[in-house]
Structures are given as structure tokens and as C-alpha cells.
Design a protein around this ligand. Structure first.
Ligand SMILES: C[S@@+](CC[C@H](N)C(=O)[O-])C[C@H]1O[C@@H](n2cnc3c(N)ncnc32)[C@H](O)[C@@H]1O
Length: 454
């Protein structure tokens, strides 16, 4: 997949500035950031499914209220908000809804498509017509053109991808999925096509039910349930589409702009000193949430081969491949944690060193693109490796300081177990330390000083 550089015009419009939103005086900026960090950041019980936020399941997405709070508190309409690991585009959508210019970068093709669909206005009437036609024609093909459909299925995948598809999807499910996909692929309007693809993908990557033989794909390492009776893709697609359409129906898109691009957070291709706020939530260390593991179930249906997805996975932050990886020198505290893990398991120690190296590059890039005097809000959770807490927030805080950031404060937030999808640990007691750590996360408030020495 080609990596498109972000091309940004350097013009910002403040015409829509609402009188209630005023510039924060630089003297009060850090104080404002500290205050925001001290407030309730849990947002339990709040509705996070408004606008297009719930179009597709996404592991460890943050509640929209979190970016919203910092966007309102630290930026003005028209200003640029960047999420360099944008996932399903929560922060970018919030920026758009709040009249800012949201920019998202992510390496994962499914994340990117989900994000783009969430921020792209589409004509409701056209969507309804296209959706109905896809369902009608797919049903017809399934009934009356089975031989052609079987031939198309046989020709669709290369052998390794076919092996994967055959293992995880029943033959009848495959035919139904392909009948839908062929119709979606035939739609000439790119935005409508993407919208329908995401509705289809969300019936594959789902917490319960789902059309594959996997159990709880959105949530955990996939387990194959041979006796599972998967649901009908056409029925599920219709239900999901109607649900997503209802949200579009009520939506006011906001006065902002949104751009989402495929790229690597370590080299985002954005101009120096051009971003007004960064808000992001990087992957956990040690691949605690393996995005590709679940996303490939959907991406194989959209033209990606299983081998190409495997290669792509090597560039995700938190990956486990360390061969030929150029490791950075880490500051003392992070080095100490890596050494502790290495003493127990040298391979795991190197995996953690890789993570902190990648995050060093990512934080350096954030520092470069951020305007002086502005903030980067980084939301992280700790992982446990060989029984040792990776202390991710403290280590990233320390790494950020070596890059030039000032750490204004750390805050903590408790995850809503019912909402934020984290790796499930089936056998752990709810009170166990690991569970506890996986269900809280830290928010680091970085500030890039206006003066290099302050
Ligand atoms: C915790 S998720 C972000 C979730 C997001 N805040 C949301 O609300 O949906 C982390 C994201 O980092 C992305 N990522 C991993 N490695 C990356 C890299 N090298 N460059 C850019 N994005 C990367 C993953 O694809 C994933 O979407």
C-alpha cells in the first residue's frame, strides 16, 4: 500500500471563531493544560456512540469525550489537531465536529478506511439506494448464479489467503460475502463504496456473533469454534447498514475539515511547527493489542493477500520482530525497565527496547511538527512482560523530556470495562494486578516550550 505524504496548505481560517472561544494567553497555557489533566477523564456512563463514532468496532479506541475536552480546552476553531496514530479516527472526527482541522495518520489500512468513512459526508438518499440495490442483487446472484459465484470465489484468493479464508469462514458464508462484495466493488462513487465496505467489515469484526467461525474477534485472540453457526452475511449486513444510516440521518457534520492519510507515525510528512494540538493513543508495548490479527479477517475480503498483511504488520509499533532493528539508546529509567525484563527473558527485553525505540522516533516527530508553546496529549497503558510492569507512562515521559518536551503532568483514567475493548484475560481474577493495570491508563501532558531553554 503506497504511503501518501500529507500535503497541507498552511492557511488557517479563523472566520468562524465563536466569541466564547478565545485564545489562551501563552502565560496561562500550561496552567490550562494542568487543569484539564486534573479533571475527570473517565467519562463513565457518557454516551460515546453519537455521530459516526460507533460505525465499526476498534480495539482500545478512546471515548470521544477525551479528545473533545482537550480540543475545546486548548485550540480554537480552524486550528490543526493531529492524531499521528489515529486508529478509527475518534480525535479527527471530534476535531471536525468542533470546527477544527483534524489530521490523522495511521499505518493500518482498515483503521484508515474506518476513519475516512466516519469523517466523510455522504448523501443519505444515495446510500439508501445503493445499499438496497447491493442487497437485492447479491441475494439474486446467490440464488440464481451460484456457479459463476463459485468460480469467482475460486479465483479470488492466492493459496495462502485461501487457506486462511477456508479455515475461518464456512463455504456458504464465503459465497454470501463475495456476492455482497462484488456488488459493492461495482459502485462507482468511492465514498458510497467505502461506506458499504465498512458496514460489511463490521459484521466480520464483531464482539459477539459475526459471520466467521472466530469467537469474539473484536476483543481477543481469535479462537475457532468449529460448531459455531455463523450468521447470514446478507442479513447481518442489512441490519448493520440500517444502524449506520440512522446515525448519518441525524448528523450535523460540523464546520471543520478532516484529513486522514496512510503513513508511519515516525515520519508523518507534515511541516515543522505547524500543528496546534496533538492527541493520540499509541499501541501498547509488546503487541498487547495486535491490530492486524483481527483486521486481516476483513482485509482479505478487500483484496489484501495474507502474506502482504503479514509484511505490513512488521512496521506496526510494538511488533515483535527484532532482527536487524536499529535500537535507540534509552534514558536511564526506561533502560532500567528494559534491563529488568531482559534479565528474565532477553527476547522480550529486546521487544520492549524496540517499542521504546519506536516511541522515541514517534515522540521526536510529534515534537518537530508541533508549534512551539503547544501540547501533545499522549494516552498510554502499561503492559506486563514476564511479570514486570513496563511503566510505559513514566518511560515515555522520560523519553519525551530527552527530546525537549516539558512534562506538565500525568493523569490517570479508569477504563470503562463495558466499553473500551481491551484484550480479555479469561482466567484472571478481576482484582488481579494485571487486570487492574490493563483497565487503567495514563495521560501524559507534554508541552513544547516557546523558548528552547525554558
Ligand atoms: C490505540 S490505537 C488508536 C485508537 C484511536 N485513538 C481511536 O480512538 O480509534 C493505536 C493505533 O496505532 C496504529 N499504529 C501502529 N503502528 C503505527 C505506526 N508505525 N504508524 C502509525 N500508526 C501506527 C495502529 O494501527 C492503531 O490504529
Amino acid at each position: 500500500m503506497p504511503i501518501e505524504p500529507v500535503q497541507l496548505d498552511l492557511f488557517c481560517s479563523f472566520q468562524d471563531l465563536s466569541p466564547s472561544e478565545k485564545t489562551i494567553h501563552p502565560r496561562h497555557y500550561k496552567e490550562t493544560l494542568r487543569k484539564l489533566l486534573s479533571e475527570d477523564l473517565d467519562f463513565h456512563g457518557e454516551n460515546s456512540g453519537y455521530a459516526t463514532h460507533n460505525f465499526h468496532a476498534f480495539p482500545a479506541k478512546f471515548p470521544p469525550q477525551l479528545p473533545k475536552k482537550f480540543i475545546i480546552g486548548l485550540t480554537l476553531p480552524g486550528e490543526r489537531v493531529l492524531d499521528p496514530m489515529s486508529g478509527s479516527g475518534t480525535a479527527v472526527l471530534e476535531a471536525l465536529l468542533l470546527g477544527r482541522h483534524g489530521i490523522g495518520v495511521d499505518i493500518d489500512p482498515l483503521a484508515l478506511t474506518i476513519g475516512k468513512v466516519k469523517v466523510t459526508p455522504v448523501d443519505l438518499g444515495q446510500l439508501i439506494r445503493s445499499g438496497e440495490s447491493v442487497i437485492e442483487r447479491a441475494t439474486h446472484t446467490l440464488r440464481f448464479k451460484r456457479q459463476e459465484l463459485k468460480a469467482a470465489l475460486a479465483a479470488r484468493f492466492d493459496p495462502p489467503t485461501k487457506k486462511f479464508v477456508d479455515y475461518w469462514f464456512l463455504g456458504e458464508t464465503q459465497l454470501e460475502l463475495l456476492a455482497l462484495i462484488q456488488e459493492i466493488e461495482g459502485i462507482s462513487d468511492h465514498n458510497v463504496c467505502r461506506f458499504l465496505e465498512i458496514a460489511l467489515s463490521s459484521i466480520i469484526i464483531t464482539k459477539s456473533g459475526g459471520v466467521s467461525l472466530a469467537y469474539d474477534l473484536a476483543h481477543t485472540r481469535p479462537h475457532r469454534l468449529a460448531d459455531k453457526v455463523p450468521r447470514s452475511p446478507i442479513d447481518e449486513f442489512e441490519k448493520r447498514l440500517n444502524k449506520n444510516l440512522k446515525h448519518i440521518n441525524k448528523l450535523a457534520w460540523g464546520a471543520g475539515q478532516a484529513h486522514l492519510v496512510c503513513g508511519n507515525t515516525q515520519t508523518v510528512g507534515i511541516a515543522d511547527n505547524s500543528i496546534d494540538l496533538i492527541i493520540t493513543s499509541p499501541p501498547y508495548a509488546a503487541n498487547a493489542i495486535d491490530y492486524m490479527r483481527a483486521h486481516k479477517f476483513s482485509l482479505v475480503w478487500f483484496g489484501y493477500s495474507i502474506d502482504s498483511l503479514g509484511r505490513m504488520r512488521g512496521d506496526y509499533i510494538g511488533g515483535e520482530r527484532i532482527h536487524n532493528f536499529k535500537m535507540a539508546n534509552l534514558p536511564a529509567y526506561a533502560e532500567g525497565i528494559v534491563s529488568k525484563v531482559s534479565e528474565k527473558d532477553s527476547k522480550k527485553g529486546n521487544v520492549l527496547r524496540r517499542y521504546y525505540t519506536e516511541m522515541t522516533l514517534s515522540l521526536s516527530e510529534m515534537f518537530r511538527v508541533l508549534k512551539p508553546g503547544k501540547a501533545a496529549i499522549v494516552i498510554v497503558g502499561s503492559s506486563i512482560m514476564r511479570g514486570i510492569d513496563t511503566e510505559t507512562a513514566l518511560c515515555l515521559g522520560e523519553i519525551g523530556k530527552t527530546i525537549g518536551f516539558d512534562v506538565v503532568d500525568f493523569a490517570e483514567r479508569r477504563l470503562d470495562r463495558n466499553k473500551r475493548m481491551m484484550p480479555a484475560r479469561k482466567n484472571a481474577l478481576p482484582e488481579s494486578q494485571i487486570e487492574e493495570r490493563m483497565h487503567k491508563e495514563h495521560i501524559i501532558g507534554f508541552h513544547k516550550s516557546s523558548r528552547p531553554d525554558s
